[in-house]
Ligand binder design. Structure first.
Ligand code: K2U
Ligand code: NI
Length: 184
């Protein structure tokens, strides 16, 4: 199982590189890597496992964060209605998105960033995600709220983008135009 020792930290060059598309159908090795990403996120949300292994809680994880420069992400999070949104995807894409934006009023964090970096991170309010699941099937679904933000955060990791890149340096809490504020 993955632990915090497997997660590379800000400053590691891999976090600023663009990850490679995963060849389809996925190899057994690539399936194991993707399963390990989802397993980490699930474990990190289980109090007993997280405290036993010192896991920082996360709702998503991307392969570059374990120094694997391949386009794979896992997200495991409840939406505002309490529905579980859980996906492990190869080659995820934002197929379309709203003009309207959203942001977490508490700002964002990252398992690869050990310090808090305060400020609003503007995201698309609604996104349509396309990707390939662990069975090699193409899936497509629409998201809003925290799940939409999580997918954007993880897909950014595949393009060498960190959440704090979006924070206004002069005024980190500057009002974001045409945006929904999401209390977490
Ligand atoms: O990619 C990662 O480093 C995991 C991130 C994912 C994430 C950050 C901000 C907003 C959405 C997703 C975090 O460690 S997950 C921690 C967390 C938990 C609940 C809500 C927001 C962030
Ligand atoms: Ni992150």
């Amino acid at each position: 199982m993955l632990t915090m020792e497997d997660i590379i930290r800000d400053g590691h060059p891999t976090l600023r590189k663009v990850a490679e598309e995963v060849p389809m159908p996925p190899s057994e090795e690539d399936k194991q890597i993707l399963k390990s990403l989802l397993e980490y996120v699930q474990n990190s949300q289980d109090e007993d496992i997280a405290s036993k292994y010192g896991l920082r809680a996360g709702i998503g994880l991307a392969a570059p964060q374990i120094n694997v420069l391949k386009r794979m992400i896992a997200v495991h999070v409840q939406d505002s209605k309490g529905n579980l949104i859980s996906h492990a995807l190869f080659n995820p894409k934002i197929a379309s998105h709203s003009v309207e934006r959203s942001y977490l009023t508490a700002g964002e964090g990252c398992l690869s960033v050990d310090k808090a970096i305060p400020g609003f991170v503007p995201r698309y309010a609604r996104v349509t995600i396309k990707g390939i699941d662990l069975d090699g099937n193409e899936i497509k679904f629409r998201l809003k709220g925290l799940p939409a933000i999580a997918f954007q955060h993880e897909i950014d990791h595949l393009n060498g983008i960190m959440f704090y890149d979006y924070i206004d340096k002069e005024d980190p809490y500057k009002e974001i135009e045409n945006a929904i504020a999401i209390e977490r």
